[in-house]
Design a protein around this ligand. Structure first.
Ligand code: NCD
Length: 296
């Protein structure tokens, strides 16, 4: 099977991914290892920059006994004009068991999945979806809160360009959460009821801040990044209006002093950022097991 969108997962699959991820989370902490996917090969194909997602898929695969091969896209035949489809056909002929792809075009992961025999996992396609990020966010919240039922989650920032927001807006309500999307009016997609960041954060149990994706912007914000924190970012004053002990999340990479005050991000009593990264490895283990088979 492929993992392209949250929509393709059943409620049962989502519940078992979260349970398996938490099982692996505990196992990784205890230093246990698994050979559930021993002998299988994972290809990593990242056309966009990545630290967390690339490294956590590779780590997850190794923890399951898989071998990982990463295409250095900058040094590949992509630079000689090869199309994505031809690259997929070429890689398919090498018969990997699974392939993780990140690409700047919406729909690219689905297009590659049509060509490949390997199980394809979407690690971010343009502004469309990033399902494993939403799944790891959900698992981190379940780890901390026990359940997402009735939990108010404010997702704030560049919603328009955020595949993380899109996947979370699909996933979290299925687990019982109330999702509020907010940001600068220029960075809210059509069809979203415009909420101010202050309105969204007020009384929220979880505040998820997003990076302003300057690489995808047509200068909608102008040239005044310095004003962003005061107008739309997570400051101590704004966080004070959230529920007492509200948790703060960020998928990374974060711009300190732009969408989030660095001191909040570093506060272990408030920030789930490190937990998100740690759960990321565990959730990707669960996702690799789901698509590529193998138990334990
Ligand atoms: C995000 C992404 O690439 O979609 N990062 C991530 O995977 N943790 C968010 C971003 O780039 O801002």
């Amino acid at each position: 099977m492929d993992l392209i969108s949250i929509d393709s997962l059943s409620d049962g699959q989502i519940a078992s991914l979260i349970e398996r991820a938490r099982h692996h989370f505990a196992g990784n902490r205890a230093g246990r290892s698994s050979q559930a996917l021993d002998g299988k090969i994972l290809f990593n194909l990242f056309y966009e920059n990545s630290t967390r997602t690339l490294m956590s898929f590779a780590t997850a695969a190794h923890r399951l006994g898989m071998a990982v091969v990463t295409l250095p896209v900058e040094a590949s035949s992509v630079k000689k004009g090869e199309t994505l489809e031809d690259t997929a056909r070429t890689l398919n002929a090498m018969r990997p068991d699974a392939l993780v792809i990140r690409h700047s075009e919406n729909g690219s992961a689905a297009a590659v999945a049509l060509i490949m025999d390997a199980h394809v996992i979407n690690a971010g396609d343009g502004t469309n979806e990033h399902p494993t990020q939403a799944l790891l966010d959900a698992a981190a919240l379940v780890e901390r809160l026990g359940s997402l039922d009735g939990v108010k989650v404010a997702i704030c920032g560049d919603i328009k360009h955020s595949r993380v927001a899109r996947s979370n807006a699909k996933l979290l309500p299925r687990l019982g959460a109330e999702v509020r999307l907010a940001g600068p009016p220029e960075l809210l997609p059509d069809g979203v009821i415009p909420l101010s960041v202050d309105e969204a954060i007020s009384g929220a149990d979880v505040v998820m801040m997003l990076r302003v994706q300057r690489e995808r912007l047509d200068n909608e914000l102008g040239d005044a990044p310095g004003e962003y924190l005061g107008q739309y970012g997570l400051t101590a004053e704004r966080l004070a209006s959230a529920a007492p002990d509200a948790w703060v999340m960020h998928p990374g990479p974060m711009n300190r002093g732009v969408e989030i005050d660095g001191a909040i991000a570093d506060d272990p009593k408030r920030s789930l950022i490190a937990l998100q990264v740690e759960m990321g490895v565990a959730m990707r283990m669960a996702c690799l097991e789901l698509v590529a088979g193998g138990k334990d």
